[in-house]
Write a protein that binds this ligand. Structure first.
Ligand SMILES: C/C=C(\C)C(=O)SCCNC(=O)CCNC(=O)[C@H](O)C(C)(C)COP(=O)(O)OP(=O)(O)OC[C@H]1O[C@@H](n2cnc3c(N)ncnc32)[C@H](O)[C@@H]1OP(=O)(O)O
Length: 730
């Protein structure tokens, strides 16, 4: 039975049972319906308590069943909404005992109950929008009636999850307990037996609308359009709330259903649900040698050290402190230490304020302490060290040599690098098996992604420890193999190069950015490069002799070793245009460090002169071609990464792109996107591009892509078998 019943006095306690998160699968819904009807008819039962097994109310509808559901028949036959209305119409009081989580359909079920008691650590939210859907079991009609339109609009359109103390202030739950929510709910249920229920039925509540409700909804749509470019579900959620505002409850439910069905089978919903499971699947890492998440023994990190308090080091220190880890932050000179400590303290103060505001000053766990020091010996007690100095192999090796002699045996040594060789760094230590790459993304206290780069000798213990740490830091860790630039930046390189070639061929930064932003990227390649800093790539190209003093004399301006090369980004840097940090790059900014990119006539004039000087003929490229020209080489590199065994599956690449590179989640990730548009199309286009541009090797189609097309383009979940890995569980 998916819903169990036991009787306490005159109270029937119905427990949802579907481990691990008590998802409301169709079977659970049927079972709930039966038990609910049963107890409503049972004269000995005077009140009902609804709870979930193992301290979790419910993680919502069972997402895994969505792809197997035919919306035309299955959803109409039986839906969670039917269960909810039976609970709400019941003449016996129904109390929801919310422990753990009540998310999506879980919260919608709780909203249909007459009372809600939550454990203080419980979290609630209508998260459907993040799955490309809307709360289709009455959530869009009940929540605005319960907590008002503005608060409901915020929660429903963002999928925000709130802790119980916030939920009680908002009016979502009636009270919070530090003890057992089930006991408390039984107690309440007994107390309210016989009391009138009409005022407790949210469906009967009149909706409180602010006078400017129309403009509130319209403004929300504009804001959401900017925040979630191209994503439909956020917009449709607003329309469902508009229905709540304009229509009586029963009609609103009909409209909600209609809007829900318009999203249910969409490609965007499929992409978001794929992204959800892909994130879960990367946690279950495995290495070619057979080490895996199940058999490894992760260690708990209580004290961590950060070396280098530049932008990355600051963010990493804050991230650790926010996770209640004690941090030792080390710098090499007094001035850097003072600058770094001021920055870390300021960010931590802002984060504390945010946390307090969010939790409405409810007592909450404080952050870990951060000790700032110049003394390397202070690292001797650290469980784990993250070196975050700038990208210079010699400097990193010198630090790791010192760490070997200072750190306690067993301490884990991590290097925050975006592409340097982990094995070379590990080779200078006394413990290569305890060395690993941790590629954080800036700002490190906010960005979700952590690329965990295993070296040749990295043990399963360090991999699992860092993967566990990523969860503790509220990040998504993805294990990848060691290769130049790892996974994320390796795919980024051809994408950026292609975008720059477009400038040579006659396009402008604004035109290219617009196409990629309309596709859904948070920022186009030029805006993003300005944000990241153009000097980073420039220094690395100088290091590799592609430009600057190490460049071989006589090298053609637009070629390196016979391959097409654009010196445009180098010239910008030579002009002191490093992006936002210098107030100018591909765009101009209002001030040094400014955020608002504006068209820069200097850049346009410079591009014009450059094309004239090199006699480059302008090409007519459509918006669709700009998109394919930039994205297909990125996807192609993804296939090469899979071929090389650097990422263990397409999901890993997609999770990296969704969480670290601003890829629109509603397009699933680059590999998922390729599977949706069709591998043959990607292959044909790459072949055409490569034929016309044989001097751009990244356009040469990967063998894996060709092999998959030859096999009839199997679904993404079967690609792994081509690589010798077991197929995806998705
Ligand atoms: C219409 C649509 C309606 C009415 C809906 O309700 S849509 C679903 C809305 N619910 C959600 O968006 C919640 C999704 N789940 C989560 O946010 C989290 O899983 C959690 C907070 C519930 C638990 O987090 P955590 O403890 O970290 O565990 P995992 O995330 O690793 O999950 C454990 C396994 O449970 C599977 N899972 C989680 N939620 C669902 C679900 N709603 N349906 C099906 N399966 C779910 C998850 O995939 C993990 O399983 P494995 O992948 O490890 O096998």
């Amino acid at each position: 039975m998916a819903a169990l019943k036991h009787i306490v006095g005159s109270v029937a306690v119905i427990t949802i049972r579907n481990p691990p998160v008590n998802a409301l699968s169709p079977q659970v819904q049927v079972s709930l319906m039966e038990v609910l009807k049963d107890v409503t008819l049972d004269p000995s039962v005077k009140a009902i308590v609804l709870c979930g097994e193992n301290g979790k109310f419910s993680g919502g509808a069972d997402i895994r069943t969505f792809s197997k559901t035919d919306p035309k028949t299955d959803i109409k036959r039986m839906s969670l909404d039917d269960v909810n209305s039976v609970a709400e119409r019941s003449r016996k009081p129904v109390v929801a005992a919310v422990e753990g989580v009540a998310l999506g359909g879980g919260l919608e079920l709780a909203l249909a109950c007459h009372y809600r008691i939550a454990h203080v650590k419980a979290r609630v939210g209508l998260t459907e929008v993040l799955l490309g859907l809307l709360p289709g079991a009455g959530g869009t009609q009940r929540l605005p009636r319960l907590i008002g339109v503005p608060a409901a609009l915020d929660m429903i359109t963002t999928g925000k999850i709130v802790p119980a103390p916030v939920a009680v202030k908002l009016g979502i739950v009636d009270s919070v307990t530090e003890g057992s929510a089930v006991e408390e709910a039984i107690h309440l249920a007994q107390k309210v037996v016989g009391q009138p229920l009409e005022s407790r039925r949210i469906c009967s509540k009149p909706i409180q609308c602010p006078p400017n409700v129309d403009s509130l909804l319209n403004d929300a749509k504009v804001k959401l359009k900017k925040q979630f470019r191209g994503a439909e579900s956020h917009q449709v959620c607003v329309e469902a709330i508009r229905a709540a505002v304009q229509l009586p409850f029963a009609e609103g439910i009909v409209k909600e259903r209609e809007l829900f069905l318009s999203l249910f089978n969409s490609d965007q919903a499929k992409a978001c649900q794929y992204a959800f499971f892909a994130e879960r699947s990367v946690a279950k890492w495995t290495t070619p040698s057979g080490a895996n998440w199940k058999s490894a023994s992760p260690q708990t990190i209580r004290t961590a050290a950060v070396i280098g308090l530049g932008t990355m080091g600051q963010g990493i220190a804050v991230s650790l402190a926010k996770a209640q880890i004690q941090v030792i932050a080390v710098e090499q000179d007094e001035q850097q230490l003072e600058k770094g400590s001021k920055a870390v303290t300021a960010i931590l103060e802002r984060e504390t304020l945010k946390k307090q505001q969010f939790e409405l000053a409810h007592k909450s766990d404080s952050f870990g302490s951060v000790t700032f020091t110049l003394d390397f010996n202070a690292l001797k007690n650290a469980d784990l060290v993250i070196e975050a100095v700038y990208e210079n192999m010699a400097l990193k090796k010198e630090i790791f040599q010192r760490l070997s002699s200072i750190c306690k045996p067993g301490a884990f040594l991590c290097t925050n690098t975006s592409g340097l060789d982990i094995d070379e760094i590990a080779s200078v230590t006394d413990r290569p098996h305890l060395v690993i790459g941790t590629h954080f993304f800036s700002p490190a206290h906010l960005m979700k992604l952590l690329e965990v780069v295993r070296g040749y000798h990295s043990s399963s213990t360090i991999i699992s420890t860092v993967m566990n740490l990523s969860k503790v830091l509220n990040k998504v860790g993805v294990v990848v193999d060691n290769c130049p630039l790892f996974v994320g930046n390796r795919l980024l390189l051809p994408y950026i190069n292609q975008a720059v070639f477009l400038l040579e061929d006659g396009r402008t930064p604004e035109e290219v950015d617009q196409v990629l932003e309309e596709f859904g990227y948070a920022m186009g390649p030029f805006r993003m490069s300005d944000l990241a800093g153009l000097d980073i790539g420039w220094r690395s190209r100088m290091e590799f002799g592609l430009t600057g003093p190490k460049l071989l004399p006589g090298a053609p301006v637009r070629q390196r070793e016979g391959k097409r090369y654009s010196p445009l980004p180098d010239i910008l840097c030579e002009e002191g245009r490093f992006g936002q940090k210098s107030g100018k790059g591909w765009y101009q900014y209002e001030t040094v460090g400014g955020r608002n990119a504006a068209r820069d006539p200097w850049v346009h004039n410079f591009l014009h002169e450059y094309r004239r000087a090199h006699a480059i003929k302008q090409k007519n490229v459509s918006q669709g071609e700009i998109l394919e020209w930039c994205l297909y080489p990125l996807i192609n590199e993804g296939f090469k990464v899979l071929e090389d065994g650097i990422a263990s599956g397409p999901e890993d690449i997609d999770v990296i792109y969704n969480n670290g590179y601003g890829w629109p989640r509603h397009k699933g990730g680059p590999m998922f996107y390729a599977s949706m548009i069709g591998l043959p199309r990607v292959l044909v286009k790459l072949e055409e591009f490569y034929k016309n541009n044989p001097d751009i090797p990244s356009l040469k189609p990967s063998n894996l892509l060709k092999a998959l097309v030859k096999q009839g383009s199997p679904p993404l979940k079967e690609w792994r078998s081509q690589l010798g890995y077991p197929n995806s569980r998705l």
